[in-house]
Ligand binder design. Structure first.
Ligand code: NDP
Length: 240
């Protein structure tokens, strides 16, 4: 029987790395990407294929670059699951942000998802099956001060999720998103101990989430009933 294939973007660290581990353990062949952490991604591929006997491919590339994404997809045959996880944050006042900084956030967090969804949808509609999962944020629902571009990119990603789900439902392709709360990864290393504690104090679960918790939900969504589509699932310890 053919093994299933998943493409997971931003898999060298944090949430994407945990999702790659979970999908590898579940027997998926994997296409994994990162921007610059080439060795870390290669080591992860070696570890996953050694542990689970699946095929892994590491691609170091900018997901916000359309020709690179086209190249990536030219090497992929059937695709069962696309997970748009690669993302960056930018913390600061909107009035201090440069157009280049704005563009970089939008390119990575939103343009990249358009590119991958476009190419994945072509495959999945032809296959009459497929799952797309976007890793989003609670800030895309509520908005966050000092993270306007990030909030806008994730809000747009949530709308993309709902709209594309309607477009692809007739073809048996499900599109959902996980809106994460604060997850303990490099993305939040910029916070001081005091800022970290203030955030924890605001979270009813009294802690940050773990990448493994996001990965567990991401894997469950691959096998969720096909009637579940167009949903933004909030995973935030009760934060919102
Ligand atoms: P990390 O900063 O730990 O990891 C980011 C990953 O994305 C890395 O693998 C990085 O590659 C990759 N990446 C960044 N830019 C690009 C690019 N242009 N092209 C290809 N890959 C890229 O982030 P997290 O694991 O915390 O976040 C993962 C996702 O979860 C993001 O979309 C984020 O917005 C979302 N999220 C995270 C939350 C959190 O609290 N951590 C909360 C809500 C949502 P490299 O190592 O090469 O730089």
């Amino acid at each position: 029987m053919r093994r299933k294939t998943a493409l997971i973007t931003g898999a060298s660290r944090g949430i994407g790395r945990a999702i790659a581990q979970a999908y590898g353990a579940a027997g998926y062949d994997l296409f994994l990407t990162c921007l610059t952490s080439k060795q870390a991604l290669q080591d992860l591929c070696t570890q996953i294929s050694g542990a689970y006997g699946v095929c892994t491919h590491a691609c170091c590339m900018d997901m916000g670059d359309w020709p690179s994404v086209q190249d990536l997809f030219s090497g992929i045959g059937e695709l069962d699951v696309l997970i748009n996880n690669a993302g960056i944050s930018h913390i600061g006042l909107l009035s201090d942000m440069t157009p280049q900084q704005w563009r970089r956030v939008m390119s990575t967090n939103l343009d990249a998802c358009f590119y991958t969804c476009k190419l994945a949808a072509q495959k999945m509609v032809a296959q009459k099956r497929g799952r797309i999962l976007n890793i989003s944020s609670v800030w895309g629902i509520s908005g966050a001060s000092m993270e306007t571009a990030y909030s806008a990119s994730k809000g747009a990603l949530n709308s993309l999720t709902r709209a594309l789900a309607k477009e692809l439902a007739p073809s048996n392709v499900q599109v959902n998103a996980i809106a994460c709360g604060v997850i303990d990864t490099d993305m939040n290393r910029c916070f001081s101990d005091e800022e970290r504690q203030a955030l924890i104090d605001a979270i009813p679960a009294d802690r940050f989430g773990t990448p493994e918790e996001v990965a567990a939900l991401a894997l469950q969504l691959a096998d969720a009933p096909a009637y579940l589509t167009g949903q933004i699932l909030t995973l935030d310890g009760g934060f919102l």
